[in-house]
Design a protein around this ligand. Structure first.
Ligand SMILES: Nc1nc2c(c(=O)[nH]1)N[C@H]1C(S)=C(S)[C@@H](COP(=O)(O)OP(=O)(O)OC[C@H]3O[C@@H](n4cnc5c(N)ncnc54)[C@H](O)[C@@H]3O)O[C@H]1N2
Ligand code: MOO
Length: 412
C-alpha cells in the first residue's frame, strides 16, 4: 500500500472542505446574528469594527486624587479638595489649583491631567499634600487606550472565546454574526463492540471510541448526531452512510478502514460515493480514509474514516478531522501550534512513518515520554498532555529539540 504524507493529505482534506462549502446552497450559508450569551465557541462571519472608543472618556486607573501636575509643589502647603468623583458620576471642570477626590474607573474632570494614588498623598488639615511632583499623565486611562473608534476588534473566522465575547461587550455590542454550526454524524463499526454497562461476553470489548468522538466534537461546538454502533456488514454500513449523508456535512466513523475482510467501511463508501485518499505515512493512524457520500439530490457529504485503534482515532481526529471541521466552520487558519521543546527521553528507533508520540511537559521545562506507545494503549493519552511530532526515521536523544503540540491546542 502506498502511503501519502500527512502534509499532502491535509492539502487534499482542506481542499475537500473548501469545495464542499462551495456546494452548500447560499440559503444554508447565511450568517446568523446571535446574542452574546449564545456566541461562545461559534465562528465569526464578518470583521467587527468598534463603533466607539474604549474607554470613551479619560478615567482614573487608581483610587486617589485627580489634578493638574503643574499645580503640585513637592513639600508645598497642599491643595484644596474641590469635588469628589466616584465611578458612574459626571465631574465638573476642575477648579484651577485644586484636586478632585477620585476613584478607579471614574471620569477625569476637565482640566485634570494626572492622578496621584492615595498612598502617595498626605491629608493635612483637609488639604492634599505631596512629597514629590507626579509625572504628568500618570494613572490616567486615555480615550481609546484599549480600542479606538472604527478599529477592527474581531476578525472574520475568529472562534469566539470568553475574551472575544467580552471585548465585543465592552463596545456595547449585544449580538454577533456567526456561521451556522457544522453538522457531523458519527458511528462506530465492529461486531466486537459492546457499550459500557453491558456484560462483557467473550470476544467483546467496550466501545471507548464512541465517547472519545462525543467529547472531541462537543469541544468543537458542532451539531453532532451519534448513530451508535453499526454491525460489520456491507449493507448495514451502506445504509447508515446514505442516511447520514442526507442531512450532515461530514460523516466520521471509527474502525473498519484497514485491509481485513471484516473492514467494510471503505467498500461501503466506494459503493455510496468515493474514496479520495486512503492510508497516510503516520504512526499511529495509517489507514485513515477520506472521501464523500452521494446524496439523493446529487450533492455530497464529506466522509472521514478513522482507524479503530483508540489512540489512532484520537490522533487522526486531532490531525485530520479537526482542521476539516474548523475550515467547514469558517476558519482560515487551522494548523495547531508546534512548540520547539527539549526531549528528556530517548527514542532510539525512528519509524518509517512520521510518528506522533504521547508525551508530557515536566517541571524542568522538558518533555517526558509515555513508556508504551502502542496505538491500542489509551492510557497514554490520559497520561500525556500532547504529542511529539517526530519526522520519519528520526531517533531522539535526551537534550534534542523536538516539536511538541499540546492537546489543549489540538483537541478543542
Ligand atoms: N494486515 C494488516 N493489518 C492491519 C494493518 C495493516 O496495514 N495491515 N493496519 C493496522 C493499523 S496501523 C491499524 S490502526 C488498524 C486499524 O484497523 P481498522 O480501522 O480497520 O479498525 P478495526 O480493525 O475495526 O479495529 C482496530 C482495533 O481497534 C479496536 N476498536 C475498534 N473500534 C473500537 C471502539 N469503538 N472502541 C474501542 N476499540 C475499538 C478493535 O477492537 C481493534 O483492536 O489495523 C491494523 N491492522
Ligand atoms: O496506524 Mo495504526 O494507527 O499505527 O496502529
Amino acid at each position: 500500500m502506498s502511503l501519502m504524507s500527512l502534509d499532502d493529505a491535509l492539502v487534499r482534506l482542506l481542499a475537500g472542505a473548501d469545495a464542499y462549502l462551495q456546494t452548500v446552497p447560499h440559503a444554508a450559508r447565511v450568517p446568523a446574528s446571535v446574542p452574546l450569551s449564545d456566541a461562545l465557541g461559534r465562528v465569526l462571519a464578518t470583521d467587527i469594527a468598534s463603533s466607539m472608543s474604549v474607554p470613551s472618556v479619560e478615567n482614573s486607573a487608581m483610587d486617589g486624587y485627580a489634578l493638574r501636575a503643574a499645580d503640585v509643589v513637592a513639600g508645598g502647603p497642599g491643595l484644596a479638595i474641590s469635588q469628589r468623583v466616584a465611578a458612574g458620576q459626571v465631574p465638573t471642570p476642575l477648579t484651577p489649583g485644586t484636586v478632585a477626590r477620585i476613584f478607579t474607573g471614574a471620569q477625569l474632570p476637565e482640566g485634570a491631567d494626572t492622578v496621584v494614588m492615595q498612598e502617595d498623598v498626605r491629608l493635612v488639615d483637609g488639604l492634599a499634600c505631596f512629597d514629590a511632583v507626579p509625572q504628568a499623565g500618570a494613572h490616567v486611562r486615555g480615550i481609546g487606550c484599549d480600542i479606538m473608534e472604527g478599529s477592527v476588534i474581531l476578525k472574520a473566522g475568529d472562534r469566539l472565546g470568553p475574551a472575544h465575547i467580552a471585548l465585543a461587550a465592552s463596545t456595547g455590542l449585544d449580538r454577533l454574526p456567526v456561521w451556522p454550526r457544522v453538522r457531523v454524524a458519527t458511528f462506530s463499526t465492529g461486531d466486537e463492540l459492546v457499550m459500557p454497562g453491558e456484560p462483557l461476553v467473550p470476544g467483546k470489548i467496550y466501545n471507548s471510541n464512541r465517547f472519545l468522538l462525543r467529547g472531541l466534537l462537543a469541544g468543537l461546538d458542532v451539531l453532532h448526531t451519534d448513530l451508535g454502533i453499526v454491525e460489520d456488514s456491507l449493507d448495514a454500513t451502506r445504509e447508515v452512510l446514505r442516511r447520514a449523508a442526507a442531512d450532515h456535512d461530514l460523516i466520521v466513523t471509527t474502525g473498519g478502514v484497514s485491509v481485513g475482510e471484516e473492514d467494510h467501511v471503505r467498500p461501503a463508501v466506494e459503493a455510496e460515493g468515493r474514496i479520495d485518499l486512503w492510508a497516510l505515512a503516520i504512526k499511529p493512524g495509517k489507514p485513515l480514509a477520506f472521501g464523500a457520500i452521494r446524496r439523493e439530490d446529487g450533492a455530497e457529504a464529506l466522509f472521514i474514516g478513522l482507524p479503530g485503534n483508540p489512540v489512532s482515532s484520537l490522533i487522526t481526529f486531532a490531525l485530520c478531522v479537526r482542521p476539516v471541521l474548523l475550515r467547514l466552520a469558517g476558519m482560515a487558519d487551522v494548523a495547531p501550534v508546534r512548540i520547539a521543546s527539549r526531549a528528556d527521553f530517548s527514542w532510539p528507533r525512528g519509524d518509517r512513518r512520521r510518528e506522533f508520540l504521547r508525551a508530557r511537559r515536566n517541571a524542568q521545562g522538558g518533555l517526558d515520554l509515555f513508556s508504551n506507545q502502542l496505538s491500542a494503549v489509551l492510557t497514554s493519552t490520559v497520561w500525556a498532555d500532547g504529542i511529539v511530532d517526530n519526522p520519519s526515521g528520526q531517533t531522539i536523544a535526551p537534550g534534542d529539540t523536538v516539536q511538541f503540540i499540546a492537546f489543549s491546542d489540538l483537541l478543542s
